[in-house]
Design a protein around this ligand. Structure first.
Ligand SMILES: Cc1ncc(COP(=O)(O)O)c(C=O)c1O
Length: 376
């Protein structure tokens, strides 16, 4: 069948600008690319806990339907209660992914007369969710609260105002000024929504994320916690008050019109949350981040790295072909770090995104940054 020529043109455009995407299977290179910050995805302890639990459970491969039809089980409800307690909220609602959770929340909550303000570096799932709502939406400059405030005051106001940020930004690794945002939310009267995809498991005494770490729970309308990153499994939850959860059960289409999370995933999330109470991996991760930053300075790479205190450390090289060339050279030396190209990041901001893990050694960190310093 003939493929539409317009679509072929778009592919060719990507090819010409060196930004054509393609899939390649994961290999066992030294991992500076995955979001598996604590190594949970390969944890034998977690694997064994899940397998032993499943062996003694009644067989339940799939959940057979949507939560509102045949797919709601006591294991979903038990996990949601556990998550609500863990994240210090009244309620939690499971979604099949963080992408679904953002769409499910943001497409359903803001109404036509409401206004939504989002940080310009927000993840695609936040933007897509907002686009599906009927509210007017405005981007504000990254982490710039003056710009946010100015945009809020200059916008005609009818209904509610929602402000959406990420605790840790997925491509830059820097953090939202959450305390200031919480303070501002009271003055400017907006409802704050925080995506904790890259902070869940990494920050907070037990890995509950940044809102709990900074004791800002009462100031936040909703949080998105994902389980496919530091927790090494899959899925997500939106947390908030009982009314929010009840609203989502009634109006959030990615919650309503999909087959519910299966038992295996729910059990894995439950044990992963329990494993977070052991702080060992989190502490090693923090040491590794500190060492990574020391090595950036040692190899005089500060000019290309975005300043970040999180596991996400990005080196901006600003040319898609150069970014690809450098990551290929790193691969030849057994290191996996991924090129991030436009449109995932703005044109001219193409970069290599390094993710630091608890299982990276000091030698590996030193070696990859030494190699980078010789390639750029
Ligand atoms: C900030 C942010 N939110 C949401 C998501 C989506 O989460 P998931 O991978 O669970 O769909 C991501 C994924 O990269 C992310 O970085």
């Amino acid at each position: 069948m003939k493929f539409p020529s317009k679509l072929l043109d778009k592919l060719q455009e990507r090819q010409l600008s060196s930004s054509l995407r393609s899939l390649s299977a994961q290999t066992d290179l030294i991992d500076f690319s995955s979001n598996d910050y604590l190594g949970f995805s390969k944890s034998e302890q977690l694997f064994d806990l899940v397998m032993n639990k499943l062996k003694t459970s009644q067989a339940q491969n799939g959940s057979t339907g949507s939560r509102l039809l045949s797919g709601n089980f006591s294991f979903h409800e038990a996990l949601e209660s556990k998550l609500a307690e863990f994240f210090h909220t009244e309620g939690a609602l499971l979604f099949n992914s963080g992408y679904d959770a953002n769409i499910g929340l943001l497409a359903s909550v803001p109404q036509r007369e409401d206004r939504v303000f989002y940080d310009e570096f927000s993840h695609a799932s936040i933007r897509d969710g907002i686009r599906l709502s009927h509210a007017k939406a405005f981007g504000f400059r990254h982490n710039d609260l003056e710009d946010l405030q100015q945009k809020i005051t200059s916008t005609e106001r009818e209904g509610e105002i929602y402000v959406i940020v990420e605790a840790v930004y997925s491509m830059d690794g820097d953090m939202a000024p959450l305390k200031e945002l919480a303070h501002l939310s009271e003055i400017a009267g907006f409802k704050l929504i925080v995506d904790e995809a890259h902070s869940t498991g990494v920050y907070g005494e037990k890995g509950q994320g940044m809102i709990v770490e900074q004791e800002l729970e009462p100031y936040v309308f909703a949080r998105i916690h994902t389980f496919g990153k530091a927790l090494g499994c899959h899925g997500a939850a939106v947390t908030g008050d009982h009314s929010l959860i009840q609203y989502l059960v009634n109006f959030s289409r990615p919650f309503i019109y999909t087959t519910a999370m299966p038992l295996h995933t729910a059990v894995t999330i439950q044990f992963a949350i329990e494993m977070l109470s052991d702080t060992k991996e989190r502490k090693i991760l923090q040491h590794n981040i500190t060492y990574f930053k020391e090595m950036i300075a040692h190899f005089k790479l500060q000019d290309i790295f975005i300043n970040s205190a999180s596991p996400i450390q990005s080196a901006v090289i600003a040319s898609p072909s150069r970014v690809k060339e450098v990551t290929t050279k790193l691969k030849e030396q057994n290191f996996d770090a991924k090129p991030i190209l436009s449109p995932t990041v703005p044109l001219g901001q193409e970069r290599i995104r390094f993710c630091v893990h608890s299982y990276n050694t000091y030698d590996e960190i030193q070696e990859i940054l030494f190699l980078l310093s010789t390639f750029v």
